[in-house]
Unconditional design. Sequence first.
Length: 376
Amino acid sequence: MELFAPLEKEEIETRCALDPVSAQKLIKLGLTVKVESGLGNCSGYKDADYTSVGAEVISDRNSGLASADIVCRVSKPEAAEITQLKEGALHVSFLDPFNEAALLDSFVTQKVKAVSLEMMPRTTLAQKMDALSSQANLAGYTAVSLAAEKMLKIFPMMMTPAGTISPAKVFIVGIGVAGLQAIATAKRLGARVTAFDIRPEALEQAESLGAKALRIDLGGETGGTSQGYAKELTPEQIEKQGLEQAKVCAQSDVVITTAKVFGRKSPVLIKKDTVDSMQRGSIIIDLAAESGGNVEGTVLGEEVVTENGVRIFGYANMEGRVPQVATQVLASNFYNFVEHFWDKESKTLKTDPEDEILKGCLITDNGEIIHERFKK
Ligand code: NAD
């Protein structure tokens, strides 16, 4: 079987689907691995690094797409490229399936099996294939490192002959994978960290990392789904949350927001009046910018400086700021996925649509949308 990793086309994308280590592991399984020339340019790998582990480096993208049994890439494909794929091929990438109905139809027409990385089940078995987690973890880290670089202060307390420098106060909103890593990184740098989430178990996890948990009684239903995702709050609950958060924001040097609601636009949790009450020079990093943003005033891809001198960063692809490790763990997710379904005897993939993992993430098969959530 042949696996192909094409170059990422989006300018902002610094990651790629395969590093030489995972390419070599796939080859050891018995796959023929082809990568498009230049694949690892942004993540620190030369073509020769791939050829040295036995992969084939090709310049003809079209032939790579047309002959592959498995295509792995980071970003969703252009519709025109789906028409180049072989019938029955497996395509694994982020797909944004809630917003890309036409793309799903293209996979149906081409009779390609499309796997959406976003839909990987959040189970112990699928953990090693969970690209949302492997990337969110790094986004949490880069949010803190960006804040450390941009702020006017420093994170740790320093007692010097010239006086004592107070530790930075950091507020993390949303304690999922990214939020937990942001807490851990900020704590390692010596900041005082406060964190909030609507899931009570997340507050306990924050405390176990040494953060102070902000507890707000929102009333009514809060908490998570069976997959651990947050449930959407009512407008009244969001208002109540905003009032309590505003007090913490006003005292914070850095606010990092990561609050998402799976498959929906992210809630706006920090309103303009809260931003206006923050101190000059404070930093907001909105990790939810790509899904609409948690902060009023966030502009996707930009730094916005407010009238009172607060800097709001809505940068996209935050994990792409550390492309080598982001590629390393993403490639490992791809490898683990292929390895899980690999049949050593026949040296082919055994993809039973009834498999628990595939039931979660396989969207199209055999010319149909088979995933319950996207059938309608
Ligand atoms: P996410 O990116 O969907 O959201 C980030 C955080 O924002 C979540 O903790 C969520 O509760 C929080 N949030 C949503 N609305 C909020 C609001 N109004 N105010 C404050 N916070 C709000 O989350 P994620 O990082 O993808 O993690 C989702 C869940 O999946 C977590 O429970 C995580 O532990 C779990 N998970 C499990 C596995 C596994 O078992 N294999 C792997 C990864 C994640």
